[in-house]
Design a protein around this ligand. Sequence first.
Ligand code: ADP
Ligand code: TYD
Length: 207
Amino acid sequence: MALGTFITFEGIDGSGKSSQARLLAENLQSTGHDTQLTREPGGSDGAEEIRRLLVEGNPDRWSAETEILLFTAARRDHLEKTIEPALASGKVLVSDRFADSTRVYQGAARAALRDVVDLLHAQMIGREPDLTFIIDMDPTAALSRGLARQSGEDRFEDLGLGFQEDLRKGFLALAKDFPDRCHVIDGARDMDVIAAEITEIASDHLA
Ligand code: ADP
Ligand code: TYD
C-alpha cells in the first residue's frame, strides 16, 4: 500500500494547471510536507521522450487509438519510475495532469473511445489520485493564455475552440463521476487567490 498522497491537476489547455501545481507543491513543501512535482505526458525519462511524439507536429499525426496507446505507455513508465517510488517513500506527489486527461481528451472529446481508455487504465495503470483539482475556465480566455506562450507544443491547442469547449464539459462531467476526489476550482481569478483556496483544501486533506 502507498504511504504518500497523490494529488493531480486537470483542466483545459491554458487554464493555469501548471502554475497552480507548482504553487501547491511550493506551499506544501514550505509547511513541512515532503513534496515532489511531476507532469504528464512525461514525468520520467522514457515518458518525456514519448511526450515529444505526442505534443509536437500536425494535429492529425496520430489516430485516436494510437494516441491512447502512446499516452498509456507514457503513463505506465511514469507510474513505475516516478509515481510508485514517490508514494512508497511517503511523499506528497503533485502531478500536472494524469489519467483524467485521457478520459476526457481521448475518451470523450475527440472520439467515443471511453471504453478503450477505461479498459487500458484498469489493465495497465490501476491507480486513482487521492485528490484532484479541476481548474475550470472559459476556453476563449484560456486559449489566448495558452497560445500566447508559443511553446511549440501546441498540437492540442491547434484543434481549436470548439474542441476546448467539449473538453471543458468533459472535465465538469468527470467531476460529477468522481465527487469524492474532485474539486472544481474557478480558474478565472487572481493566481494567488486560486492558490490559497487549493492549498487550504489540500492541507485539510493531509491533516
Ligand atoms: P496550463 O498548465 O493549464 O496550460 P499555465 O499554468 O501554463 O496553464 O498558464 C498558462 C498561462 O497563463 C501562463 O502564461 C500563466 O502565467 C498564465 N496564468 C496562469 N494562471 C493565471 C491566472 N490565474 N491569471 C492570469 N494568468 C494566468
Ligand atoms: P500539457 O503539457 O499539460 O499542456 P497544457 O499546459 O497546454 O495544458 O499537455 C500537453 C497536451 O496533451 C495537452 O493539450 C493535453 C494533452 N493530453 C491528452 O490529450 N491526453 C492525456 O492523457 C494527457 C496527459 C495530455
